[in-house]
Write a protein that binds this ligand. Structure first.
Ligand SMILES: Cc1ncc(COP(=O)(O)O)c(C=O)c1O
Length: 369
């Protein structure tokens, strides 16, 4: 019995990586993206499982994440993908991480910081093929920047890369446009520097388009068994790695007309029993789930009723129930024959599964499943 706990199935992460490496085939590396504490699952445990499952590299977003992962996995190739302040750049380089470069000023800075640290910095030149976020939009400038990196004794040109904006939209033609633009730039860079790793695909792109695989794919969401298209992960052979559980702390009887929770936002229409679960938005159970979710107890779905508060939610058990205080409650995950996917919770909140698992707060211990 635990107040609120996220059970992490490392074996599922390992299997998901096996599924991804089988999809891309030999000769294409899998880089497991473990930023934001492994999408809320725990970066350390998930990186270990991903490497066991066939990932050969890891990626993070920030300097602090690079320091943590670099310390824990000193012999694994690491890429810090985000924009870095000068302090973060130093931290990432000291951690042995590759860094992203997309304009000349940052290239010069990276070379200077690498010289100060006494070893060349491995850099991946980023093409903004259409995301409109990080990267250089000018393909010729990307090739020139790659040349400048290769010629600089304080830098080692390690990669050329981009990121897709619409890989998860199966009918998107914009995806094909981005792919065509990047293929041209990556081709030009690799003509001059054949050893450079070209990479573009996130999880969705891995499943939708083999031409997007290049030399390496960078997968996050699928590593954790979440569906990149917001459907059922099982349909793509993926197993969810996180379950979010609490327990029934109390069962009480309500008369018709009685209310539960802040603002009396739910009232019993008939006599019923209410289960009180000591988990709430302080744990990442979003307030938007007020009167808008289901929770598993004894293998059955029960509606979440009343306002989600910081430390409690309430569920309607019906007038006759076998549920007792101490029973396990599952807000995300499987129990008996039933399962509530992160994708279902995301749909209720009009968001994506990424935000659901990343949103499970630091107050919730991550424990092995
Ligand atoms: C640059 C970059 N590459 C790869 C990924 C992994 O994407 P996904 O989790 O959709 O596989 C992300 C995640 O947001 C990213 O920002």
């Amino acid at each position: 019995m635990a107040r609120a706990v996220a059970r992490i199935d490392a074996a599922a992460v390992e299997r998901n990586c096996g599924r991804l490496t089988a999809t891309v085939g030999d000769g294409v590396e899998l880089c497991a993206v473990v930023k934001a504490d492994g999408y809320g699952h725990g970066a350390d445990v998930c990186a270990t499982a991903a490497l066991a499952g066939g990932a050969s590299r890891l990626a993070v977003a920030t300097g602090a994440e690079a320091a943590e992962i670099g310390r824990r996995f000193p012999h694994v190739s690491l890429l810090t993908m985000g924009a870095l302040t000068e302090v973060e750049l130093d931290t990432a380089l000291a951690a042995g991480s590759d860094v992203a470069v997309w304009h000349e000023e940052f290239r010069v800075l990276a070379a200077a910081r690498a010289r100060a640290q006494g070893r060349p910095a491995r850099v991946h030149v980023k093409h903004d093929s259409g995301m409109g976020r990080l990267g250089n939009r000018d393909g010729e400038a990307v090739v020139a920047l790659a040349r400048a990196c290769a010629e600089d004794p304080d830098l080692a040109l390690a990669g050329v890369w981009t990121h897709f904006a619409t890989a998860d939209e199966p009918d998107s033609e914009f995806f094909d446009e981005q792919l065509a633009r990047f293929a041209e730039v990556a081709g030009a860079v690799r003509d001059e520097f054949p050893g450079v790793t070209a990479h573009a695909a996130n999880s969705a792109a891995v499943f939708r388009e083999p031409r997007a695989h290049f030399d390496m794919v960078r997968c996050g969401v699928a590593v954790y068994g979440l569906d990149p298209f917001q459907g059922d992960p099982a349909e793509r052979g993926l197993s969810p790695a996180m379950s979010l559980c609490s327990y029934v702390a109390d069962v009480k009887c309500l008369a018709p007309g009685d209310s539960v929770g802040y603002g009396c936002r739910w009232r019993a229409e008939e006599e019923t029993r209410i289960g009180v679960l000591p988990i709430g938005y302080g744990d990442g159970v979003r307030r938007g789930l007020t009167n808008n979710a289901e929770v598993l107890v004894r293998g059955r779905r029960h509606p979440l009723v009343g306002t989600v508060s910081m430390d409690n939610v309430t569920i309607d058990l019906g007038p006759e129930t076998e549920v007792e205080p101490g029973d396990e409650a599952v807000l995300i995950g499987a129990q008996g024959e039933e399962a509530i996917l992160a994708e279902e919770v995301a749909a209720r909140l009009e968001t994506i599964n990424y935000e659901i698992t990343c949103g499970v707060s630091a107050r919730v211990p991550r424990v092995p499943a």
